[in-house]
Design a protein around this ligand. Sequence first.
Ligand code: CA
Length: 218
Amino acid sequence: MRVLLVEDDPMIGKSVQQGLRQDGYAVDWLRDGEAAELALATTPYEMLLLDLGLPRRSGLELLARLRGSDNRIPVLVITARDSVADRIAGLDTGADDYLVKPFDLDELAARMRAVVRRHAGRADPVIVLGDLRMNPATHELTRSGQPVPLSAREFALLQALLEQPGVPLSRARLEERIYGWGEEIESNAVEVHIHSLRRKLGAERIRNIRGVGYLVPP
Ligand code: CA
């Protein structure tokens, strides 16, 4: 999942970015609200982690502009401002959830998964397709009940495909899901991960549509 983190505190920004990258998220990190608005207009993010006290454009202002332009991206507000008034303002402006600093990275990841699930209209946290069961919360995949060990990037790639069975995703789209800015993209990385997934799950699981991309048959 590709995530935009907007946080002007260098310590917090760095630790959140590193922690979520280790969890297999592609995380881009920006430090002010104006840059964030530009990035959101040009990059297909699946989630926004938004600090409220930001230079150049506050988090609340950015959020109001997003919702005002009908942008429905899931937003998790992370902020040191823990007053009830700020919480209410954030939620009223269209945030999906709220986390007060300092917070535990595991709690952040759990809240992100919950927000994404609610957006996807899935009450059940497990994605099921045929004999495959994927649990994004625990990063576990089973096939006919047997665990299939996957790397963080293989997991992220397969999750993107399983979320939309039958819909082909281009190589560029898949790269966006598994890499953030500044992360070196190994050439043919998507092909390598697809090859590995096919080896683990069976070649018929992931179909290549020439010139279009990859899909999992529904
Ligand atoms: Ca701040």
